[in-house]
Design a binder for this molecule. Sequence first.
Ligand code: NI
Length: 181
Amino acid sequence: MALLKIAKLGNPILRKISEPVTKEECLTPEFQQFIDDMIETMQKEDGIGLSAPQVSRSKQLVVLQSQMNPRYPNEPDLPLLVLMNPRLTLQSDEWVEGWEGCLSVTNLRGKVKRCARLHVSGFDRKMEAVSFDAEGFLSVVLQHETDHLIGKVFLDRMEGFSTLTHLEEFERHWMSEQAKV
Ligand code: NI
């Protein structure tokens, strides 16, 4: 196991379109180890999601998980999910606004509107096809993480920067609001 270095805003890899993962590539011991390293890195960094470009590998792979996360204390737990080559289909006209942060955009939070419901398809770590519906917090995290695969960060999805907030001020002024979104 190894902790991977997080690419921060300004690193060109965060702006690239990621390549799909092939079955052959996915099933190699090296790639399976990479998936484990991504999970470990997400957990150590208190992230609720991590995409491969954020650890400098331009591949369509995201991992997510949330269990009593200190960075998101008001949000529900999410079981561990490893998803390759994800495709999201928006399934609602309803948009929900919530605070987002990102391990690649250190110490900032901002409000972003996301689609309330999605259909998700992709592949698990054995490269078996998966598909499911997602709503609420899971839907938001999936939209955030898959944006990384097309070179976007949450700042690009903000309608304006008037809610852009340093983490310290977020904790002082806005943390309690997070439960309402
Ligand atoms: Ni992010």
